[in-house]
Design a protein around this ligand. Structure first.
Ligand code: HDD
Length: 728
C-alpha cells in the first residue's frame, strides 16, 4: 500500500543500523535522547511541539485545571472518540497484507488483468474473522470464519468477501437480519457471547430448513480451525467471468491452503479460549513475523452457460455447492500473505469490503443473497466508518487512479482542483471522460431478463436436505462423531425442550442415524419426522407450497468435503512441546529439537519453571515456557525427552502428567525415548485399563525422530477417541 503523508504512518524510531530501538534501552537514555530526528518530537495534531506530556495546566500546583489547556483537551477529546462501532457481524478479525499472482493467463474466460497477466503481482489485504462474537471475543468460538480478500488491481478494487464454508444459512438477503439477530446474544440479557448454543439461534434454525446444509458444516470441525492459515476459503455465490469478446461462464471461487485444512476438537477449542483467546490472531501474526508466509492457491470451478440447468440444484442457490467431483477446481494462481499490518485500527478495523467491488471481467449472478449484499455493505460502512469517503482511508484506496465528480462529505481527503464537478462539461475539457469498453470501461453483462415482478422463491430452491446429507455421508467416522457431539452440545444447552425436539425432527431429514444418536444424547425419543409446516421462513398462505423436498443426491459421497483427505505430509509451522527438567538427556532433547526444527516446526522446551535446566551430560538448556504459562492445547504434539532423572521428576509432577494426558485426549502425537515408558505408565496412556488391544499409532516410544515427524504430519489421531474412552 502507498503511504500517506500523514505523520501517523511514519516509520518507528530506528537506530543507525536501521533496527527499531531496543526496548531495553536505559530509561535515562530514553528520556535524554537527543538523537531523535526533528519529526519525532511529540506534537499536537496541529503540529505544535509539546513540552510536557505529563501534567495538565493548573492555576497553581494544587489548584484547578484550566480550560485554556488546549493540549489536554485535544488529547482527551481524541481519546474519547477512539472507538467506532464494531462490525455488526464479523467484528472479531485479524488481517495481513500479501500478493497474488496468476500462474497462467485465464484470458479464455476473463479479461480481468490480475487473472490474465502472469507478470503482475497484485497486492492484497486479507481479513479473517469470526461472525457472531464481539470484537474482543475468543478466536476459538464455534463459528463460520470470514475470509475476505481485497485485491488492489490495476483496474480497481476487487473484493472477494467469502467464508471458510462454501454455502450459506439462507437463500435470500431478506432473512439476514433475522439470522443475525437469532445468533447474536439474546436481546434481553446479552448472553451468550460468541456462541450459537442458545435458544434463539436454534429456534430460528429449526424453522428454517434451508439452513440445514450450512448447519452441518457449522457443527463440523470446519467451525474450529487449527489456524487461519489452514482454512479453505470460498466465494460462496456463483459469479460470472467475462472475456474480452463479452462471453460469460459461471464461476465458483476457492482458496486452497498449501498447509492443508486442519481443525481442533471442541474440548480443545473451549480450553484454548481460556488459555489464549487470541490463538488464531497470534498464530497468524507470529508466523508472518517469522517469515512463514501463509499461502493459498486460488481455484476456479468453471461452469459453461450451457450447463446452467444441468444439475439438480440451482447455481443461484447459495445453500448449494458444486461438488468438486463434478466440476474440478482448477488451481490458477497463488496468494501469499507476507506482511503484518502496522496499525490494527487503521488497517484491520477500517478496511471496508464489499461484494459489489468488482472489476471488468467479473460480474454478478442473480443469486438473491448476493443481490441483497450488494446494497448492504456500502450502507454498513456509512454508519461504521461514518462517511461516504471511506474509500479514501489508506487501506481502502484503489491503486488505480480515481477521477469522478463526487465531492465533499465528512472527512474528505482529496483536494479536487479546477472549476468543474459535473459531466458533461466543456470548461474542464470534458474531464473526466467515460471509458469505452476497449479502454477498460466496466460494462455489465447483458443478461436477458424477461420476467414478472414477484416476491417469491424459485421452485428450484426447494431441496434443503440432499447436500446436507451428502456432506454428512462424505465425512470420516470421527468427523461424523464430532458432528453428533456438536449437535448434542448445542441442543443440550437449550432451555426450551420443544426447540430441541423440533430440531431433531428436522435432522431426521438429513440422516436418520445422526438424528437417532443426537436424540439419544439428549434423552428424547427420535421423532418420526419434522413438524409441519416446516418452512415458516418461506411459506406464506397465498404463495403455494414451499415445503422442502430432498432431491436425490447427485453423488453419494464427495471426498473433497472431508478434512481426513487433506494435506498430511508436512509439519511446517506446527507447535511442538518438549517436556523436560533437570537431568534431561541433552542429546535426546537436542536431537529431537533439531529434527523438528529442520522440518519447519516451532519447538518449545517446557519445564516446571523458567530459566534453564541442567542436562545429565552437565550442560544447560534454556527453558522457553513453564507449566504455569503453557498448556498442551496450544501445541500440536508433545515429546517427553529422555534422561532418567528428568523423566522420574516429571512422572511425579501433576502438571506434566496433565499436559500429556490432555494432549492424548486431543488425539495428538506423543513421543518419548525407550526409557520414557515409566513416565507414560504414570499417565493415562500407560493405564492398562484404558488400552484397547490395537496399539495407538500416535504414541511413539523409542522411535526414530523422523517417524515422530510423520506422526505429527497426520495432524491428529481422531480414531483414538473411537477406540478408547479418553479422560478430560
Ligand atoms: Fe456479510 C461482513 C461474508 C452474507 C452483510 N460478510 C462480512 C464479512 C465477511 C462476510 C467475510 C467481513 C468482512 C470484513 O472482514 O470486514 N456475508 C459473507 C458471506 C455471505 C454474507 C460469505 C454469504 C454468502 N452479509 C451477508 C448478507 C448480508 C451481509 C446476506 C446482508 C444482506 N456482511 C454484511 C454486513 C457486514 C458483513 C453487515 C458487516 C461489516 C461489513 O459488512 O463491512 O454488511
Amino acid at each position: 500500500m502507498k503511504k500517506s503523508n500523514n505523520d501517523n504512518t511514519k516509520e518507528p524510531l530506528k537506530t543507525d543500523a536501521g533496527e527499531p530501538k531496543p526496548s531495553n534501552q536505559k530509561t535515562e537514555e530514553l528520556l535524554r535522547d537527543v538523537s531523535h530526528p526533528d519529526d519525532q518530537f511529540l506534537t499536537t495534531n496541529q503540529g505544535v511541539r509539546i513540552n510536557d506530556n505529563n501534567n495538565s495546566l493548573k492555576a497553581g500546583e494544587r489548584g484547578p485545571s484550566l480550560l485554556e489547556d488546549f493540549i489536554l483537551r485535544e488529547k482527551i477529546t481524541h481519546f474519547d472518540h477512539e472507538r467506532i462501532p464494531e462490525r455488526i457481524v464479523h467484528a472479531r478479525g485479524s488481517a495481513a497484507h500479501g500478493v497474488f499472482r496468476v500462474y497462467e493467463s485465464m484470458s479464455k474466460y476473463t479479461k480481468a488483468g490480475f487473472l490474465t497477466d502472469t507478470s503482475r503481482e497484485t497486492p492484497v489485504f486479507v481479513r479473517f474473522s469470526t461472525v457472531a462474537g464481539s470484537k474482543g471475543s475468543s478466536d476459538l468460538a464455534r463459528d463460520v470464519r470470514g475470509f475476505a480478500v481485497k485485491f488492489y488491481t490495476e483496474e480497481g478494487i476487487f473484493d472477494l468477501v467469502g467464508n471458510n464454508i462454501p454455502v450459506f444459512f439462507i437463500q435470500d438477503a431478506m432473512k439476514f437480519p433475522d439470522l443475525v439477530h437469532a445468533v447474536k446474544p439474546e436481546q434481553n440479557h446479552e448472553m451468550p457471547q460468541a456462541a450459537s448454543a442458545h435458544d434463539t439461534f436454534w429456534d430460528f434454525i429449526s424453522l428454517m430448513p434451508e439452513s440445514m446444509h450450512m448447519i452441518m458444516w457449522a457443527m463440523s470441525d470446519r467451525a474450529l480451525p487449527r489456524s487461519l492459515r489452514m482454512m479453505e476459503g470460498f466465494g460462496v455465490h456463483t459469479f460470472r467471468l467475462i472475456n474480452d469478446k463479452g462471453e460469460a461462464v459461471f464461476v465458483k471461487f476457492h482458496w486452497k491452503p498449501l498447509l492443508g485444512v486442519h481443525s481442533v476438537c471442541w474440548d480443545e477449542a473451549q480450553k484454548i479460549s481460556g488459555k489464549d483467546s487470541d490463538f488464531h490472531r497470534r498464530d497468524l501474526w507470529e508466523n508472518i513475523e517469522k517469515g512463514n508466509f501463509p499461502e493459498w492457491e486460488f481455484g476456479l470451478q468453471i461452469i459453461p452457460e450451457a450447463d446452467e440447468h444441468k444439475y439438480p440444484f440451482d447455481l443461484l442457490d447459495p445453500t448449494k455447492l458444486v461438488p468438486e467431483e463434478l466440476v474440478p477446481v482448477q488451481r490458477i494462481g497463488k496468494m501469499t500473505l507476507n506482511r503484518n499490518p502496522e496499525n490494527f485500527f487503521a488497517e484491520t478495523e477500517q478496511v471496508a469490503f464489499h461484494p459489489g467491488h468488482i472489476v471488468p471481467g467479473i460480474d454478478f449472478t442473480n443469486d438473491p443473497l448476493l443481490e441483497g449484499r450488494l446494497f448492504s455493505y456500502t450502507d454498513t460502512q456509512l454508519s461504521r466508518l461514518g462517511s461516504p469517503n471511506f474509500h479514501e482511508i489508506p487501506i481502502n484506496r484503489s491503486i488505480a487512479p480515481v477521477h469522478n465528480n463526487q465531492r465533499d462529505g465528512h472527512m474528505r481527503q482529496t483536494i479536487n482542483a479546477g472549476g468543474t464537478n459535473y459531466h458533461p462539461n466543456s470548461i474542464g475539457g470534458g474531464c473526466p471522460f467515460q471509458a469505452k469498453m476497449a479502454d477498460g470501461g466496466f460494462v455489465s453483462y447483458t443478461e436477458k431478463i424477461d420476467a414478472v415482478k414477484v416476491r417469491n422463491r424459485s421452485e428450484s430452491f426447494r431441496d434443503h436436505f440432499s447436500q446436507a446429507t451428502l456432506f454428512f455421508h462424505s465425512q470420516s467416522p470421527a468427523e461424523q462423531q464430532h458432528i453428533v457431539d456438536a449437535f448434542s452440545f448445542e441442543l443440550g444447552k437449550l432451555e426450551r425442550p420443544y426447540i430441541r425436539e423440533r430440531m431433531v425432527g428436522v435432522l431426521t431429514q438429513v440422516d436418520k442415524t445422526l438424528a437417532t444418536k443426537v436424540a439419544a444424547n439428549l434423552g428424547i425419543p427420535v421423532p418420526n419426522g419434522p413438524e409441519r409446516p416446516m418452512n415458516l421462513g418461506v411459506s406464506a398462505d397465498d404463495k403455494g407450497n414451499h415445503e422442502p423436498v430432498s432431491a436425490k443426491p447427485v453423488i453419494e459421497k464427495s471426498p473433497a468435503l472431508s478434512m481426513a483427505n487433506t494435506v498430511k505430509d508436512t509439519i511446517k509451522t506446527r507447535k511442538i512441546a518438549i517436556l523436560a527438567t533437570n537431568g534431561v538427556s541433552g542429546s535426546s532433547l537436542n536431537t529431537m529439537k533439531a529434527t523438528l526444527q529442520n522440518e519447519g516446526a516451532a519447538v518449545k522446551v517446557i519445564s516446571q519453571k523458567l530459566g534453564s535446566i541442567q542436562t545429565e551430560e552437565g550442560g544447560a538448556i534454556p527453558v522457553d515456557g513453564s507449566f504455569l504459562t503453557e498448556a498442551s492445547v496450544v501445541y500440536d504434539a508433545v515429546f517427553v525427552a529422555g534422561g532418567k532423572k528428568s523423566l522420574s521428576a516429571l512422572a511425579g509432577d501433576p502438571d506434566a502428567l496433565h499436559f500429556v494426558n490432555e494432549a492424548y485426549r486431543h488425539c495428538k502425537a506423543i513421543g518419548t525415548e525407550k526409557e520414557g515408558s515409566d513416565f507414560l505408565n504414570a499417565t493415562y496412556i500407560g493405564n492398562k485399563a484404558s488400552q484397547s488391544k490395537a496399539p495407538d499409532p500416535g504414541v511413539l516410544i523409542g522411535m526414530n525422530p523422523k517417524d515422530f515427524v510423520s506422526a505429527i504430519a497426520q495432524h491428529r489421531f481422531w480414531e483414538r477417541e473411537m477406540a478408547r474412552k479418553v479422560p478430560a
